[in-house]
Ligand binder design. Structure first.
Ligand SMILES: Cc1cc2nc3c(=O)[nH]c(=O)nc-3n(C[C@H](O)[C@H](O)[C@H](O)COP(=O)(O)O)c2cc1C
Length: 547
């Protein structure tokens, strides 16, 4: 195990400070968009063989509650069709939008600025027709690109280690895709997006009766090795940075080890890797601070940890949302404008918050990222049965008294219900305040509610600087739950990465970095942009065939 260098901790704190937006100054970026060099949101490995995955013709017959619950579920057989469904419903395309001559693809997973820095790679067993290998998932064509063959001996060793049937899926980030628009703050957005994508994988697996488990002991270097990144011929500034590797248990009754033995990892260095990553932009801008923070937050190999969480029953909304789990996933969209009128009931609000609590038998928090560290500062605007005002939702009791002690002393901390960790801090209309701290974005004041995700920061990073990335992943998991809950309850959500950091902290009374706001979110009645045309997600494949 590698010792932490104190400069890694300081550099991580410095990155965070330097990339804060302030009322008087935004974090450094180009300040304009160089459209001629907009990075291609689709990566391909040219020269790697490809396998077209089947598209799910009809939706899976799973109900709203089965988005979350993992109880008494029959697992789908692992085959080409189910693998295709797993990837389509997590990272596949969900629609194309167009206006005039411009069109752009949208995906099941959201992404800051729709720039999609996240890529997925899989290590698949030989049971599929096309054999065991390391694959890249190409969402544009819903294909797997085969980057290496994995000999049976290596797969057998993996199989024996995990002791159950399944496969590996991992996520990586291309920082340039985000820094092209967002400059220095882009590293944060890449990590939010990883969290969203991980939640999407977890939900999608759950619908098939499978379970995604984060392999928390692995180092970034080990992930690079199994994905063959040592052999990839990256274009400058366009390399993929390893984020995480998960095991997908297709028969989830088993305890999964959270590591891969070193000798198995090293056996991947002997494989021949094919395919050259496509070039995403002609020219690039250097953002050294991102290279530095990626280095400071590099994850070393650590002891495998199994996290235990509570098994409190889920709160079931009344009436139950009528959409199926698959419909909810497919129709998820970010609202660009909210109507400043739609309200939801207190029961809906409480049920929505309840889904963000970590539970052992529920997606997506059972991927087990680590001890939950993110809480919600909520601006309530239009909830029937609840006064407008500022509320706090405590997702991990461990932090409750510490947070309370750091906050303004005149907060009420009035519980809203017995045995539910939601507290009223101060009543009053906070629409202006909510919008103003979210970079003046009206959607934060025009919804039923909006929120800031408040993470236990200083101690986590002092214990392990790589936790910086994990905190953003946790906010992405929460954000994805909120997106889906919004759809289920007939409203719409939007993730908000642009907010004024310290003004949010001042609302609570924080004067140091013990806790920091890392991500915002809003939900309300959407106003659709009627100028846009919507096209089917894979219409271009039929066109290509016809041409
Ligand atoms: C991490 C993150 C940050 C975002 N920040 C903002 C934001 O500050 N303002 C906004 O209007 N939308 C924001 N969005 C919404 C994205 O623009 C949206 O996800 C993207 O355009 C793709 O559209 P879709 O979510 O409908 O698929 C954010 C999304 C994510 C995932």
């Amino acid at each position: 195990m590698k010792a932490i260098n104190p400069s890694q901790i300081q550099d991580t704190f410095d990155y965070h400070e330097q990339t804060k937006h302030h009322f008087h100054r935004f974090a450094r970026s180009m300040g304009y968009l160089d459209w001629a060099n907009q990075p291609n949101p689709f990566r391909f490995y040219k020269g790697a063989g490809s396998v077209r995955l089947p598209l799910l013709g009809r939706d899976l017959p799973v109900s709203y509650l089965e988005l979350y619950e993992r109880k008494n579920r029959v697992s789908r057989l692992f085959c080409l069709e189910s693998l295709g469904a797993f990837l389509e419903l997590s990272l596949g395309l969900s629609a194309w939008k167009s206006i005039g001559d411009t069109s752009w693809a949208l995906r099941m997973n959201p992404s800051s600025g729709n720039l999609h820095p996240t890529e997925a790679h899989l290590i698949l067993p030989p049971v599929l027709d096309f054999g065991s290998g390391v694959y890249h998932y190409a969402p544009y064509s819903h294909e797997l690109e085969r980057r290496a063959e994995v000999p049976t001996a290596i797969w057998n060793a993996l199989n024996a280690h995990f002791g159950t049937s399944g496969f590996l899926v991992g996520l990586t980030s291309i920082f340039w895709r985000e820094s092209w628009k967002y400059g220095e703050r882009a590293f944060r957005y890449c990590n939010h997006d990883v969290g969203h994508a991980l939640a999407c994988l977890s939900f999608s697996a759950n619908l098939l009766g499978w379970k995604v488990i984060y392999l928390n002991a692995l180092s970034d270097e080990e992930i690079r090795t199994v994905f063959g990144f040592h052999a990839a011929r990256w274009n400058p500034h366009e390399q993929e940075h390893p984020d995480l590797l998960c095991f997908v248990d297709v028969d989830p009754e088993n305890e999964i080890p959270r590591h891969i033995p070193e000798e198995i990892v090293q056996s991947f260095t002997t494989l021949a890797f094919y395919g050259d990553p496509n070039r995403l932009s002609q020219t690039h801008v250097d953002w050294d601070i991102i290279v530095d923070v990626a280095e400071s937050t590099e994850k070393p190999e650590t002891e495998p940890i199994v996290y235990d969480c509570t098994d409190i029953p889920l709160r079931i909304p009344h009436p139950l949302p009528h959409l199926s789990a698959t419909q909810i996933i497919r129709q998820r969209r970010s609202a660009v404008q909210l109507d400043a009128a739609t309200s939801i009931s207190k029961d809906q609000f409480v049920c929505i918050l309840d889904k963000t609590l970590p539970r052992c038998f529920c997606a997506p928090f059972d991927v087990e990222l680590g001890e939950p560290s993110v809480h919600l500062l909520i601006f309530v605007h239009r909830i029937n049965g609840l006064k407008p005002g500022i509320y706090f939702f405590v997702r991990n009791e461990r932090d409750f008294s510490e947070i309370k002690a750091l906050c303004h002393s005149n907060f009420l901390w009035k519980p809203i219900e017995c045995n539910f960790p939601l507290y009223l801090l101060t009543p009053g209309n906070c629409q202006y305040e909510a919008a103003s701290v979210s970079c003046g974005q009206e959607i934060a004041g025009d919804g039923a509610f909006s929120l800031g995700m408040i993470a236990r920061f200083k101690n986590n990073i002092e214990d392990a600087p790589d936790c910086y990335r994990r905190l953003f992943w946790e906010t992405g998991l929460i954000g994805q739950v909120l997106y889906l809950e919004a759809e289920a309850h007939g409203i719409r959500g939007t993730g908000i990465g642009c907010f004024f950091d310290d003004p949010v902290h001042q609302i609570l009374g924080f004067s140091d970095n013990a806790y920091q706001s890392l991500y915002h979110f809003t939900m309300g009645g959407p106003i659709e942009d009627s100028r846009l045309t919507t096209l089917l997600p894979y219409h271009h494949l039929n066109q290509e065939k016809a041409e």
